[in-house]
Design a protein around this ligand. Structure first.
Ligand code: FES
Length: 449
């Protein structure tokens, strides 16, 4: 049996889609777990020979986000050997149990045979057991999903966070902190460098290993109770950890960071500026928030899951659009409450116009990273900037839809069960709100910056 996160990885679909399948009765589940058989019958088209799951995952992420996934897909040697050792122990344990059960059954068979001369029904039972043993010895082709699952457990570890119950995977040489942020989970942290202690977490079960140097001192009592620094440790086996998370914008402190302009890309009348933070002081923010640079407030267009690269979309008339590569820029933030309602139980619909796309891009990328939605829909006007990026999301992700339209009213999906996020020039936002309310969208499902 597999948990939904692992099952989703095996067939290469978002976890939200599997949850939807379970809800609709298209996939059987028992206590939140699914069997490899039911998974294969729900996704018969999955072909591991032609489309191995890792190739597919890497391709989706590369196409959609341009991340250099392959570079970090394998854990370092020590973590890999520790995971192999864990699997070997489990295998040896199974083998030992199987040999014991086999010996017990063979012994029972001998006893039955001794008794069978006087009792024909016992002779029948002995014959049946003999046949079963013979059949059990015929080696069947291994279940491909089981084999792939064992492989996944070597290259990545599953993490459950308490008390929120969120889940994510640690891949390659990522620390627990890096993996959580990549999965869109706003865990507490500060320096990401082993100095401040803000990422302190407690290991509840499983095994971790320190992979980065740390200067922050943990007391003996803390070590004995399983405390560790998430920015310096990785997961060796599947683990459960207790960690603090930012639930609301107010949980994140205001920060001031000296950044450097990494790139400036001119997209028609908009400059796409990417700032890079120092390794030891990254900007903590929630998707949809803004920050101040060059004395103006701009929405952050990148996902908090993007390591140190903070993206902004700046209109050409603003002085900040003239920033040059390599320039030092002071960044202050974050601020704003236009954030994703992750726990509403509804699917997101994003509607953007002009540079209003910046916070929507951040929210959409965050929604994708969370992997919990079965349907994410984005509507924009025709001929908008970065439309190719939006199309590549739609092509690469099973749960992502993208529509360019002038006729918003006609393109809207069923609004029941949707949270709608609208961003753009004030008149666009007002017009769109009127259309949405006119179509019956409740006010509490409508969000604007
Ligand atoms: S984030 Fe500062 S010690 Fe981990």
């Amino acid at each position: 049996m597999l948990n939904l996160s692992r099952a989703a990885r095996l067939v290469g679909v978002p976890r939200g889609l599997l949850q939807q399948y379970v809800k609709e009765g298209r996939l059987e589940s028992f206590d939140g777990m699914v069997s490899t058989e039911s998974l294969l019958s729900a996704f018969p088209a999955v072909n591991f020979d032609e489309d191995p799951v890792f190739e597919r995952m890497a391709r989706i992420k590369e196409e959609a986000f341009g991340k250099r996934v392959r570079e970090r897909i394998l854990p370092d040697r020590e973590v890999l050997s520790a995971r192999l050792y864990e699997q070997s122990k489990e295998l040896a344990d199974y083998r030992h149990h199987l040999e014991r059960y086999h010996a017990i059954v063979v012994h029972a068979l001998e006893k039955l045979k001794d008794l069978s001369a006087a009792r024909p029904e016992i002779a029948d039972l002995a014959k049946w057991l003999d046949q079963q043993l013979e059949e059990a010895l015929v080696t069947e082709a291994p279940d491909k999903l089981d084999a792939m699952e064992a492989y996944l457990r070597i290259v990545s570890a599953h993490v459950e966070l308490r008390p929120s119950g969120r889940e994510f995977f640690v891949e390659g040489s990522d620390t627990l902190l890096e993996a959580a942020l990549r999965a869109g989970i706003p865990v507490n942290y500060g320096c990401s460098n082993g100095n401040c202690g803000l990422c302190k977490a407690r290991l509840v079960s499983g095994e971790t290993r320190q992979v980065r140097h740390q200067d922050y001192f943990l007391s003996e009592a803390e070590k004995n109770s399983g405390h560790l620094l998430a920015c310096c440790h990785t997961a060796v086996s599947d683990v459960v950890i207790e960690a603090l998370e930012a639930g609301r914008p107010d949980d994140i402190p205001l920060q001031q960071i000296e950044t450097r302009v990494k790139s400036v890309e001119i997209l028609g009348k908009i400059a796409r500026v990417t700032l890079q933070t120092p390794r030891s002081s990254r900007l903590r923010f929630l998707a949809g928030q803004s920050a101040n640079l060059a004395d103006s407030q701009y929405f952050i267009a990148s996902c908090p899951c993007e390591d140190r690269n903070i993206e902004f979309h700046i209109p050409e008339e603003d002085a900040a659009s003239g920033l040059k590569k390599g320039e030092v820029v002071l960044l202050t933030g974050p601020s704003g409450k236009f954030v994703l309602k992750e726990h509403s139980g509804r699917e997101p619909l994003f509607i953007a116009s002009g540079t209003g796309f910046a916070p929507i891009k951040s929210l959409a990328e965050h929604a994708v990273a969370l992997d919990t939605f079965s349907s994410i829909l984005l509507l924009r006007e025709p001929d908008c900037y970065l439309s190719n990026l939006c199309r590549s999301w739609e092509a690469a992700l099973d749960n992502f839809g993208y529509i360019e339209t002038d006729e918003l009213s006609d393109a809207l999906p069923e609004l029941h069960g949707r949270d709608v996020y609208v961003s753009g020039p004030p008149d666009f936002v007002e017009r769109t709100k009127a259309i949405l309310i006119g179509k019956g969208l409740p006010q509490n499902q409508l969000f604007t910056p």
